[in-house]
Design a protein around this ligand. Structure first.
Ligand code: ATP
Length: 568
């Protein structure tokens, strides 16, 4: 019922609970698309892919034809294989077998380290029986000299993050790229959003002309650009890097208002309206509910800053709780029993790698992350995405929720909004993304010791719910007794407020630091008192808020005084 309701809200279209295979997979085979039989065997035997996805069925023949391609399709629709498989096919077909001394023939540019490793892993599997085509990767944070050695030996298909690639283009003389034939921009919009625009320009300049219409078709460059979202910057990149491209979009799923934003149709999207001071306790309650309802599942929670990830990670790892508050003898246990992991850009590269691999292989786990996980990461069986801190741009929303409901599987997403941020829903609606409300009070009544009829009838708001009040008290006393976590809470508070001021454009009208009650923000970090704010610009904004209030007060005083005077 809930599902149907949500679907109705979803842009006015009624959708099925999950995609049927025919909405995800094409009715043809990989071999009918023209791929080499050995590659088709690899896809089936090593990867378990029986049939191509709709996007693969459209893209593979076009890539095989040598045309430049722009793919705009929803998250989790199999875009990676859509470009890797045909490139491998074309490489194995070279008259003269590819050799290491040929250097790099295909280059795949990706925005993050995690995506780099993920694409490389798929590449390794696909190349298993084409041992003469060598896969490799280079990315920020890795050992440069080891990378240099690998490039010197020769890497046929190279997966790279832009900054590190540019570094090697400038400094590694033995890096052969004169035979380059393919450049793939995977998650192109994210590459640009992360500020790699200039690097990309430099890379394209280093690698020579891209639009070489007159070149011999046998040696012509073929570039591919893939993204689940399109925007002005991506279009610009497409203009400079693609020549007369074929555009591939998922067929027949979305109306024109959703043209830019493509979401899996079976995804259940909800928002939860929570007053600022109750955010933390509601988050923990939802997590507890999710993992108790279904012990084996994976959930990702997105935060706006690294500090927030660290704080919530320490809190969840250390917080003990007794289910029966009345009984003092009751043994306290971990509030959340699930395995908890964290991932953000300030962690060292090795830890990031381990976390990513662990979360991939675990059957049940909770990942606390910044947007470093939002793009392109393919983690099997993620059931729910919680956006605890708002994503900002609608594009980011789309990518975050895209970590679930992949390839026709079920998935839920929950977006946290404070009452004063509720207009954000209108911003999402402009892009054809519509959410229904999460029944928070129903959820709270599922905590038995706090939902006796008498108690439940007494409270009127979320803030006063006995379960949440008790939980908040427990968290605050935990924080005040743990100096390390207390420090993390204070740091997280400050960086959260800083991040809140960083919203851009129209979103600044919705996420306004001036409207925040900082005491309530502190409460959402389980702090009893509000830490002082160091950042000058925030202080200025808050001072302005105080001044405005002061002005209003004195105006009122003046008016009431003059009324008294006039009535006298
Ligand atoms: N033909 C297929 N049959 C079965 N599974 C497939 C097929 N193609 C891809 N997959 C699987 O589907 C999942 C999503 O693929 P992939 O990561 O390439 O999607 P994507 O469109 O690039 O997503 P994103 O936009 O989030 O990067 C992966 O787990 C992949 O192994």
């Amino acid at each position: 019922m809930e599902q149907k309701k949500n679907n109705k809200n979803n842009g006015g279209r009624i959708k099925e609970e999950s995609n049927t295979p025919s909405e995800v997979f094409a009715s043809c085979s990989f071999s009918s698309l023209g791929l080499h039989p050995t590659l088709c065997d690899q896809l089936k035997e090593r990867m378990g892919f029986d049939a191509p996805t709709l996007v693969q069925a459209q893209a593979i023949p076009v890539v095989l034809s040598g045309r430049h391609v722009l793919v705009n399709a929803a998250t989790g629709t199999g875009k990676t294989v859509a470009y890797l498989a045909p490139i491998i096919h074309l490489l194995q077909k070279f008259d003269q077998r590819v050799q290491r001394s040929d250097g790099t023939l295909a280059l795949v540019l990706v925005p993050t380290r995690e995506l780099c490793m993920q694409v490389h892993e798929i590449l390794q599997k696909l190349l298993h029986r084409f041992h003469w085509i060598v896969p490799g990767y280079i990315m920020g944070g890795e050992n440069r000299s080891k990378e240099k050695a690998r490039l010197r030996k020769g890497v046929s298909i190279l997966v790279a993050t832009p900054g590190r690639l540019l570094d090697h283009l400038k400094n590694t003389a033995s890096f052969v790229h004169t035979n380059l034939r393919w450049i793939v921009f995977d998650e192109a919009d994210r590459i640009l959003e992360l500020g790699y625009g200039k690097d990309i320009e430099d890379i394209l300049n280093f690698l020579g002309t891209i639009k070489n219409k007159d070149a011999d078709p046998e040696v012509r460059m073929q570039n591919l650009l893939l993204s689940a979202t399109l925007n002005e910057k991506v279009n610009q990149l497409a203009n400079i890097s693609l020549e007369n491209p074929v555009t591939i979009e998922e067929p027949g799923k979305l109306n024109s208002s959703e043209k830019e934003y493509r979401l899996p149709s079976q995804l259940v999207q909800r928002y939860i309206k929570v007053p600022c001071g109750s955010r933390l306790v509601v988050l923990l309650s939802i997590l507890k509910h999710l993992f108790e309802r279904e012990a084996s599942q994976k959930v990702v929670v997105f935060f706006s800053t690294c500090d927030a990830v660290d704080f919530h990670y320490s809190l969840i790892s250390g917080f003990l709780w007794s289910a029966m508050p009345q009984s003092e003898k009751e043994q306290r246990t971990k509030f959340l029993g699930c395995k908890t992991l964290r991932l953000h850009g300030s962690m060292n590269p090795e830890d990031r790698k381990t976390t990513f691999q662990t979360f991939k292989t675990e059957k049940s786990a909770l990942l606390l992350s910044t947007d470093v996980s939002a793009r392109g990461l393919d983690i099997p069986k993620v059931r729910c995405i919680i956006q605890y801190d708002s994503p900002g741009e609608a594009t980011e929303y789309v990518h975050r929720v895209g970590r679930t409901a992949r390839l026709g599987e079920k998935g839920d997403s929950i977006l946290f909004l404070q009452p004063l941020e509720i207009d954000y829903l209108k911003d999402l609606e402009k892009h054809g993304v519509a959410l229904s409300e999460y029944p928070v009070l129903k959820l709270l009544s599922s905590f038995p010791s706090y939902s006796s009829k008498n108690q439940a009838n007494k409270f009127v708001s979320i803030e006063m719910h006995p379960w949440l009040v008790a939980l908040q008290r427990g968290l605050e006393s935990f924080i005040s007794s743990e100096p390390k976590v207390n420090k993390l809470a204070k740091d997280a508070f400050s960086s959260w407020v800083r991040a809140y001021t960083a919203h851009r454009g129209e979103l600044k009208q919705i996420f306004t630091v001036k409207k925040l009650h900082l005491g309530h923000v502190a409460k959402s970090f389980a702090l009893k008192d509000q830490p002082s704010i160091v950042n000058k610009s925030i202080q200025k904004q808050l001072k302005r808020k105080r001044d405005d209030k002061q002005k209003i007060k004195s105006k009122k005083r003046f008016i009431s005084k003059s009324r008294v005077v006039s009535s006298e």
